[in-house]
Write a protein that binds this ligand. Structure first.
Ligand code: ATP
Ligand code: MG
Ligand code: MG
Ligand code: MG
Length: 475
């Protein structure tokens, strides 16, 4: 089955049992200015779940475009290294707003996996929240799972909450066993970090309302589920790694063909730079197609970081400046028909990727050279904060870039000292203007280029700085 067939099978299955098919919302959340990007299928349904909004339907199914890079959900640094994480991915989900609950949610999920997709039952393990005996009972009754296949988890991974108030409840996650030839243990065990057991599907049972007096039962509980399309596609295509599935592998393959540079560098994983570039060209293209453009703040800054991470990995194998923009075509070949917004934005996306590559070339080369020459500033796996500040202050090498380059070798920057140096300099210097310090990498010319190119595009408003984890790194 191709990705396209699996996506359709899911949507059709749930529509056939009465769910309303709801198109994916954009990557910029419409009803939540504190959220950086849409990170899950439920984001567009938030107001229905909380009762603020009424719709004509009470059950829904969707395939949602998601980005998890920056903000509360940030998988950026993992991408390329793991078999299952992307910055952009598609989340399949079925939802019930006060209609069906736990039992039917489990029934539907089990039916889809074992009857529609015909995956053998022996391949699955499930987790439940440690107090949720009801869910465990349903798994036994519906799926006939033995005790050893139902794992009780006592962590927040298995309890979902919208925030300090609002709906919340336990989750049950479905794991797929990719086989004993892959290292790793079951969730909740010491070996759980190995990639053998992969989380496929999260079923969230929203049954409480969080109040200052504690969690009280909701009168109409809701169901929110999410399954990564790339992960279920791996299972169906008989591969362990999402990067070996049809869509992503097509981009990886083109990237390898285009690449003339022979690397002398050893990577912890085969094709690492190509994996990173294949993933990042997807997220960058989808973000731009939804109206986000590289800039020095907010969403645009996250986009720029994604692009620059891809350029950095490309530089390790000597790719040409237009390499990333050349990867837009294989992306369109596999996803353009499903997502026409990609087609519409293609020319702009290609131009932008090339422009960003040209702007970044010098800084990247200089940053890599300077860091290579500063290896004596590493002690016990930590790169000196003072040295990092010097590179930033004197040469304009962004702290994120310094950290990213070093992270590839497992080295961390002493951020606390870096921040102290930055603060000290802010106090002693009059160069800083209100609202942020001078940005060495984002000159007037760049900003004018963007103003020009983005005219006529939907604005991407973002006012959730306070929810960003590393606000100080934004520049
Ligand atoms: P993981 O523990 O593997 O990071 P998660 O628990 O963070 O996943 P959820 O928030 O439960 O993920 O999201 C629901 C589903 O979306 C997951 O079960 C998985 O199939 C998929 N998913 C989550 N994050 C990613 C990602 N970065 N790339 C691809 N698929 C993802
Ligand atoms: Mg995660
Ligand atoms: Mg998880
Ligand atoms: Mg999960």
């Amino acid at each position: 089955m191709k990705t396209l067939d699996i996506r359709n099978a899911f949507l059709e299955k749930f529509q056939s049992v009465g769910h309303t098919g709801v198109p994916s919302s954009g990557l910029i959340p419409e009803n939540d200015p504190t959220l950086l990007f849409t990170t899950a299928g439920m984001v567009q349904f938030k107001d229905i779940i909380t009762g603020k909004q009424k719709k004509s339907y009470t059950t829904a199914v969707s395939c949602q475009k998601c980005v998890r890079a920056g903000g509360k959900h940030n998988d950026l640094e993992q991408v390329g290294y793991t078999a299952r994480h992307h910055t952009f991915f598609e989340m399949l989900g079925n939802f019930s707003f006060g209609e069906y609950f736990k039992e039917h949610a489990i029934e539907y999920a089990w039916d889809f996996l074992t009857r529609c997709l015909k995956i053998p039952k022996e391949k699955f393990y499930v987790t439940v929240y440690h107090t949720d005996l009801e869910a465990a009972q349903f798994w036994k009754k519906i799926a006939g799972l033995s005790d050893s296949r139902i794992l009780f988890i006592n962590s927040q991974d298995n309890f979902w909450a919208m925030g300090d108030s609002g709906p919340c409840g336990p989750c049950s996650e479905i794991f797929f066993d990719h086989g004993a030839h892959i290292p790793g243990g079951l969730p909740g065990t010491v070996q759980q970090d190995g990639p053998r057991f992969v989380e496929l599907w999260n079923l969230v049972f929203m049954q409480f309302e969080r109040t200052p007096k504690g969690d009280i039962p909701l009168t109409s509980p809701c169901i929110d589920t999410g399954m990564g399309l790339e992960r279920i596609t791996s299972v169906m295509q008989g591969v362990h790694d999402n990067f070996h599935t049809d869509i992503l592998y097509h981009i990886v393959k083109v990237s390898k063909t285009l690449c003339s540079g022979v690397s002398s560098r050893l990577f912890p994983l085969k094709d690492l730079p190509h994996r990173v570039m294949a993933d990042h060209v997807r997220s960058a293209s989808f973000l731009m197609a939804d109206g986000v453009f590289p800039s020095h703040e907010g969403r645009g800054y996250v986009l720029r970081r994604i692009i620059r991470r891809a350029l950095r990995f490309g530089s390790y194998i000597g790719t040409s400046l237009d390499h990333l923009s050349e990867l837009v075509s294989p992306l369109l070949e596999t996803m353009g028909e499903t997502y026409p917004e990609l087609m519409r934005a293609a020319a702009l996306v290609k131009k932008t990727l090339l422009y960003e590559a040209e702007r970044f070339e010098h800084t990247l080369a200089q940053g890599m050279r300077l860091i290579e020459g500063s290896k004596s500033s590493i002690q016990n796996g930590i790169f000196s904060g003072e040295k990092a500040f010097q590179l930033y202050d004197t040469y304009g090498i962004p702290i994120d870039l310094i950290q990213d380059i070093l992270a590839d070798e497992g080295i961390n920057v002493d951020h606390a000292t870096f921040e102290l140096c930055l603060e000290a300099q802010k106090i002693s210097s009059r160069q800083y203007r209100l609202g942020g310090h001078v940005i060495p990498l984002c000159d007037e010319e760049t900003e004018n280029f963007w103003t020009e190119i983005t005219q006529g595009q939907a604005p991407s408003k973002f006012c959730g700085y306070h929810t960003l984890e590393h606000t100080d790194n934004i520049q």
